[in-house]
Each structure stands twice: as C-alpha cells, then as structure tokens.
Write a protein that binds this ligand. Structure first.
Ligand SMILES: C[S@@+](CC[C@H](N)C(=O)[O-])C[C@H]1O[C@@H](n2cnc3c(N)ncnc32)[C@H](O)[C@@H]1O
Length: 202
C-alpha cells in the first residue's frame, strides 16, 4: 500500500535557496531564520557553530542574543561569505561572530567546544558521506551540547520523510532525537531534528 510519502527525501524546496532576491523570498527567509533562532533558544553565553550560513541572516539573529557568546559560521561559497560578512560587520568587529569561507570537511574546528551546532537547508545531511560528517559534528560538541538540523520542505509528506531520514541518521551516531516543525503560508513546512549525544556506557 502506498504511504503517500516520497520514497526518499527530495531535498530543500526551491524557496529555501538563497538564489532569488525578490521580496517574497526575502520575507520567507526572514521567517525561517526567526523560527530557527527561537527553536534553538540561544543563550547569551552560547558557543555556536553554523554550517552553511549562506547570506548570514541567522548569524545576525544569533549574535544579537550574545553577551559573552560567540558564533563561528562557515560556508564553502565565497560569494555567500562576502555577503554574510558585509551583513555582520558589527558583530565581527565586536568579537561575537567569525565567518569563514571553507567546506565543513576541511574546516579546522576545535573539538568539544560548541554548545550548539546548526545547519539550515544544507545538503550535508542528506547527500554524500553524511555519516562521517555527523560523527565529526558529534566530536565538536561540548558536553551537554546539541545539534540542530533544520530543513524546509514543500509539503507535509516531504517534511515527514525528511524528519524521519534525519532522525535515523542522527540515531545511528548515538544521538537522542526530538523533532519539531512549523507550517506557514503556501504550504511550506519548516523542520528541525534536535540531536543530543547519548553518553557512552562504560
Ligand atoms: C540552501 S543554502 C542555505 C543557506 C542558509 N543556511 C539559509 O537557510 O538561507 C545552503 C548553503 O550551504 C552551503 N554549504 C553546503 N554544503 C556545505 C559544506 N559541506 N560546508 C560548508 N558550506 C556548505 C552552500 O554554499 C550554501 O550557501
């Protein structure tokens, strides 16, 4: 019997990309980033890593919550990093944000450092060697830290498939997971799987 779900996660919806610069897309991107920051409940002293920061909208919102906290944001696209850097100059010069042009697999990042690691609409979790990337992310989390994998899908069925695939991936790397989602106009569904590392048994 058909479940009504797509056979595999089809990847981010088109409005989730940073390609278009028209006003409705900007409005949906702003909504997405606000939901992201609310879902993570960023604390003033958090040490945050964003993978695939794009134009740096979430960096601005996260860094705006900080007193002593700091965000390192990486993206492999030089164009995106240029835009994100321009947008966050005040946070960068105040030491609250650092934006680097590098792919996650070659980024030099400290182990056991980050209290929150997140990515929004980044294919890293659904393409290529996702297993290796998730294992590495786990090693970068500080004790008690959490991973947040955000996505945006065009329908509830696609969102459910994405949430299930992400939960399975994280669970296979020793994370306890919870899922959340929010629907907004035009049927777009925002998704988040939160992963908390399960302590190894001795
Ligand atoms: C669809 S965009 C999303 C941008 C932003 N997170 C947002 O929600 O608007 C995906 C971004 O992730 C970046 N990206 C994809 N894979 C990456 C990787 N392995 N390491 C660093 N950046 C990556 C791309 O260059 C692109 O800017």
């Amino acid at each position: 019997m058909r479940s009504g779900l797509p056979a595999r996660d089809p990847g981010p919806s088109r409005t989730g990309t940073a390609a278009s610069a028209d006003a409705p897309v900007r409005a949906t991107a702003a909504h997405r980033q606000r939901w992201v920051v609310e879902t993570m409940a960023v604390a003033p002293d958090d040490q945050v890593l964003e993978i695939g920061c794009g134009r740096g909208a979430a960096v601005s919102l996260v860094a705006g919550q900080f007193t002593t906290g700091r965000i390192v944001a990486i993206d492999r696209s030089a164009t995106m990093v240029r835009i994100a850097t321009r947008r966050n100059l005040s946070h960068i010069s105040a030491g609250r944000a650092e934006i680097r042009c590098v792919g996650f697999d070659s980024a030099n990042l400290p182990a056991d450092r980050f209290t929150k690691i997140f990515a929004v609409n980044v294919s890293l979790f659904w393409l290529g060697d996702a297993a290796q990337q998730v294992a590495r992310i786990r090693s970068l989390l500080a004790p008690g830290g959490r991973l947040y994998v955000f996505g945006e899908r065009p329908t509830v069925a696609h969102a459910t498939a994405n949430l299930t695939a992400t939960e399975l991936l994280l669970a296979s790397h020793g994370f306890a997971t919870t899922r959340s989602s929010a629907t907004r106009g035009q049927g777009q569904v925002l998704t988040c799987v939160t992963g908390t590392p399960i302590a190894a048994q001795t």
